[in-house]
Every structure is written in structure tokens, then in C-alpha cells.
Design a protein around this ligand. Structure first.
Ligand SMILES: NC(=O)c1ccc[n+]([C@@H]2O[C@H](COP(=O)([O-])OP(=O)(O)OC[C@H]3O[C@@H](n4cnc5c(N)ncnc54)[C@H](OP(=O)(O)O)[C@@H]3O)[C@@H](O)[C@H]2O)c1
Length: 285
């Protein structure tokens, strides 16, 4: 039995869809905060179980019988490590032999603001006695393609990444890789640095959008504070705006959003989704 936390989330749903191609639905546990949101998965024969990070008892019950567990990192910026600790403790109580965790690129050295929670989780998991796999994620390319409509409308994309290389890929690639890891042997103790085969800069991203949309779109590089203010002006909370701008600056100064690793295409047995394909899939009709 393979259990997946956050299975009603964007990545979680894609992982379940990939698992359904590989194992019978009855061998999959969708471990979710709100089972009512997973009625469609239950209808396909997936076992839907309540697994709220804030309710330890629900986690132990949800993981019972699981031989592999994917912990999809919590979206909570304030409670992330506590949520992960609750999942790892429950997995140990439930006797889960192997836990795969969605971490961040080079969690052990990364200067990104999210890195300390990921590193703490990796270390806690490694010390737990449960066999582990770290799936270290790059940026989701949807972070950039989600706002193509407004980029095309304004003819500009803003950021503070300068000419940093970015190994972003669609969630779908990362979900496919996770499904491979969860359904094939020999993964214990492996650290996968996952990213695109071909990285891009934001200038290249804007050029691809221009090419496909037929409208000139440029990349405007802004100082960190100006980019943060721009994000706030379009409605982002100040804290989130700060974190996004900081991540761009760290990409430019420390290459934090880039990896030369080919682990992702290696796991999938195919090239990663190209920038062109990701832009095409997201282009407003
Ligand atoms: N690499 C990147 O670029 C990037 C970007 C954003 C986030 N992330 C990280 O990657 C994770 C997955 O991304 P995503 O896009 O799939 O996020 P998402 O769509 O927001 O999904 C998050 C999932 O976590 C569940 N969840 C939230 N609080 C919970 C709780 N207390 N107990 C149990 N489940 C809880 C949500 O349940 P509900 O469906 O009930 O809300 C949802 O299923 C995020 O959580 C975040 O840690 C990475």
C-alpha cells in the first residue's frame, strides 16, 4: 500500500494520477485533510483516509498498512516543520518502512528562506529509523506560467532574478518521478536533485512567451525592494512578496533555483518537459 499526504493538493492529485497508471487503485491511500474533497478519488477505488497534520491520531490511522509513504511538504509557512514532524512520528508509530519527502534543491546548503524547514525535516526523518528518500524539488514552472495572461497584457514580466538560471519544471514531471520512486525498489537512502534538463533565464522565458503569443513581452529586472512593492501592489501579502523577491535575489546571487542534475529525466526515463511545451500548455486561448 502506498500513501500520499496532501493528496487533494495540486501536486498530490498528479502523484495519485501517476500511481493509478502503475498500481491498482485499492493499493493507494489518499491521505487528506478533508475526505469530502477527495470523493472523485474514492469513486476510482482509491482509499481515502483523513490525515490532518494537526491531528496525530488521524495520521497514525491513515498510514496503517502503508509500506511506502510520500510526505508532500506542508504549505504552512509557520508550522511546516511541526506538520512534517507529526507525519514522521505517526509513520513510525504506524510502522511505515519507507518515507519519501518532497524537499528543496540542495536543502543542506541552500540559502532560500524555505530551506531551514526542509533541512530540519530531512534530518529528523534520517534520524527516525524509517528508510527515507529525499525528492529535492526545483521551482514549479507554474509559478511563472500562472500569470501569462497578465504578462501578455502588459508586455512585461517583472522579477529580481537578473540572468539567473532556473531549472523549474511542471508539477506533473515531479509527480511522475515520485510515482516511479514509490513503485520501484532500491530507492532507500537516495537523494534526488530534481530539475529541468535545460534551464532558462527569465529573459529567455519572456522571449518564449513573445514567440508563442505573437506579442512582445520583455523581462524587467527590478531591485528587490521595488519587485516586492510591485507584488504587494497587485495584492500579494507583504510576507509572501518578500519571500518571492528574496528567492529571486538568491537565484541571482547563489544559483539557488538551478541544478545541473539529470536525476529527474533519469527517474522518468524521458526528457523533462521543455520551456516551450510548458508555455504552450499555459498560454491563454
Ligand atoms: N517548488 C515550488 O515551487 C513550490 C511552490 C509552492 C509550494 N511548494 C511546496 O510544495 C507543496 C505541494 O505544492 P502544491 O502546489 O501541491 O500545494 P497545494 O495545492 O497548496 O496543496 C497543499 C496540500 O496540503 C494539504 N494540507 C494543508 N494543510 C494541511 C493539514 N493541516 N493537514 C493535512 N493536509 C494539509 C492541503 O489540503 P487541502 O486540499 O485540504 O487544502 C493540500 O492538499 C506545498 O505544500 C509547498 O510546501 C513548492
Amino acid at each position: 500500500m502506498i500513501a500520499v499526504t496532501g493528496a487533494t493538493g495540486q501536486l498530490g492529485r498528479l502523484v495519485i494520477a501517476n500511481l493509478l497508471k502503475r498500481v491498482p487503485a485499492s493499493e493507494i491511500i489518499a491521505a487528506v485533510r478533508a475526505p469530502s474533497k477527495a470523493a472523485d478519488l474514492a469513486a476510482q477505488g482509491v482509499q481515502v483516509r483523513e490525515a490532518d497534520y494537526g491531528k496525530s491520531a488521524s495520521l497514525v490511522k491513515a498510514f496503517s498498512g502503508a509500506t511506502r509513504l510520500l510526505l508532500i511538504s506542508s504549505p504552512s509557512a509557520d508550522n511546516r516543520f511541526a506538520d512534517h514532524k507529526a507525519v514522521i512520528d505517526a509513520a513510525r508509530k504506524a510502522g511505515v518502512p519507507l518515507l519519501a519527502y518532497t524537499s528543496v534543491l540542495r536543502a543542506d546548503t541552500s540559502t532560500l528562506l524555505v530551506a531551514p524547514d526542509h533541512l530540519a525535516t530531512e534530518q529528523y526523518l534520517a534520524a527516525s529509523g524509517i528508510a527515507w528518500v529525499f525528492l529535492r524539488h526545483p521551482s514549479y514552472i507554474e509559478n511563472y506560467t500562472a500569470s501569462l495572461g497578465s504578462a501578455i497584457e502588459h508586455g512585461a514580466i517583472a522579477g529580481s532574478a537578473s540572468d539567473a538560471r532556473n531549472s523549474a519544471v511542471p508539477r506533473a514531471d515531479l509527480a511522475e518521478a515520485a510515482a516511479v520512486v514509490l513503485t520501484t525498489p532500491g530507492r532507500d537512502g537516495k537523494i534526488y536533485e530534481l530539475g529541468a534538463d535545460v534551464a532558462f533565464t527569465m529573459t529567455e522565458f519572456a522571449a518564449e512567451v513573445s514567440k508563442q503569443s505573437g506579442k512582445k513581452v520583455v523581462y524587467n529586472n527590478l531591485p528587490q525592494k521595488a519587485y516586492q512593492a510591485m507584488l504587494e501592489s497587485v495584492g500579494l501579502p507583504a510576507r509572501l512578496a518578500y519571500r518571492i523577491a528574496d528567492s529571486d535575489v538568491k537565484a541571482a546571487s547563489h544559483d539557488e533555483l538551478y541544478t545541473a542534475s539529470r536525476d529527474l529525466s533519469g527517474l522518468m526515463g524521458r526528457p523533462t518537459t521543455t520551456l516551450a511545451a510548458a508555455v504552450a500548455a499555459a498560454l491563454p486561448q
